[in-house]
Design a protein around this ligand. Structure first.
Ligand code: SPD
Length: 390
């Protein structure tokens, strides 16, 4: 049976009440279904006709009252966060622990897919995770997020209008935007003859063994799609076949597929150019001023990562207190000063002399937001496996 039909059978079983959410996840894992297939099938299944809009009671011009928010108990004594590496200032957690008398653990990951796989088990033990926009959509389809109780987030209004009611969370129901950034090329200006201006750099054998690309399906394949003028969200078989051919052409020149941890190799000069995110590049530049960042002429990805509370989290009040705390202007500013990324917090940005400016309309022409691939996710998963093992 195909992955899709296995996934459909499982979803039917949930709908018929034969499996609960946890049994569903365990069965899916047992069948070896990928995150992509599950998300795609769930998305396809959720395109059933919508129930009729409820009729407004009374004056039709009166907006329906907002649904009651969950009352939360007192703050718990612990909080468990699962976050991208190098994505928080050094004093953010210790200051929170002291002020709120709450012990915080922070574990790190290097890709959305790694994080989703853990959250999908239903027993990750995390109270906060940090998906990129497209991954918020995947978690939503899988019903893996708790709704926020805004009454515990009085600082929510500090979020800049451009990050308010995003495509991936149009009702601000689940997300607190954390950082935004761009995927491009980090390079050593003292090791390359000229600043790189194209993804073609990685196909040039002149720097064989001194180049790396990200161990991140969306960023890696996305770059090769942009290289050929395609959308980095394309699921067209012909676009994906071309991206695979380009990725395989580059592969012999690559030292490895590696994401944020490549910073140490750039600093040491073992790597001359790496596909990387802008903020991580700036963190490396603090250690070595020869490191620069470029957006290839064919374009790159722009994304916004947000904090969300996974379904079943145990320390929901502490999660809210932490979110409200990081929304303080000075805390948000300290985080972005450390990470080198853009802050979605307007008040934080206003207080930072060197805040990363949101791209201009001209720069935005080169950039594209990553979106959920829906039913195309399984084709991408397959392609990424073939590229890495090819
Ligand atoms: N070191 C933190 C990097 C965060 C990158 N998140 C976004 C990835 C988009 N594919």
């Amino acid at each position: 049976m195909s992955q899709e039909s296995d996934a459909k059978n499982l979803i039917d079983a949930v709908r018929a009440g034969r499996l609960d959410r946890r049994e569903f996840m365990m069965s899916a894992l047992g069948l070896g279904l990928t995150v992509g297939t599950m998300g795609a099938v769930l998305q396809a299944c959720s395109s059933d006709p919508k129930p009729a809009e409820p009729k407004p009671a009374g004056d039709p011009s009166t907006p329906a009252p907002a649904p009651a928010e969950k009352e939360l108990g007192p703050i718990e004594g612990e909080l468990h966060i699962y976050l991208w590496s190098d994505y928080i200032a050094e004093d953010t957690v210790p200051n929170f622990e002291k002020e709120f008398n709450c012990k915080v653990t922070v574990d790190t990951y290097e890709s959305n897919e790694e994080m989703i796989a853990k959250v999908q088990t239903g027993a990750s033990g995390y109270d906060l995770v940090c998906p990129s926009g497209y991954a918020v959509t995947v978690l939503k389809h899988l019903d893996l997020m708790e709704k926020l109780s805004k009454k515990y987030l009085p600082n929510y209004g500090n979020i800049a209008p451009i990050f308010d009611k995003t495509v991936f969370d149009p009702e601000n129901a689940f997300t607190v935007p954390w950082q935004w950034g761009i995927t491009g090329i980090a390079y050593r200006k003292d090791k390359l003859p000229a600043p790189p201006d194209s993804w073609a750099l990685f196909q040039d054998p002149a720097h064989k063994g001194k180049l790396t690309m990200m161990d991140d399906m969306r960023d890696n394949i996305g770059a090769w799609l942009k290289f050929r003028g395609k959308s980095l969200n394309s699921v067209k078989p012909e676009d994906l076949a071309a991206a695979k051919a380009d990725a395989l052409l580059a592969k012999p020149n690559l030292k490895s597929y590696i994401s944020a941890p490549v910073k140490a190799q750039l600093i040491a000069g073992d790597v001359f150019a790496a596909q990387l995110w802008n903020g991580d590049t700036m963190q490396a530049k603090v250690e070595n001023a020869n490191i620069e960042f470029a957006i290839p002429k064919e374009g790159g990805a722009i994304w916004c990562d947000s904090m969300v509370i996974p379904k079943g989290a145990k320390n929901v009040r502490a999660a809210h207190e932490f979110l409200n705390y990081v929304l303080r202007p000075e805390v948000g500013a300290a985080i972005s000063t450390f990470t080198g990324y853009g802050s979605p917090n307007a008040k934080a940005t206003a207080s930072m002399p060197n805040a990363v400016a949101y791209p201009s309309a001209e720069q935005m022409k080169l950039l594209e937001y990553q979106e959920d691939l829906g039913e195309g996710t399984s084709a991408w998963d397959q392609l990424w496996t073939e590229i890495k093992s090819g």
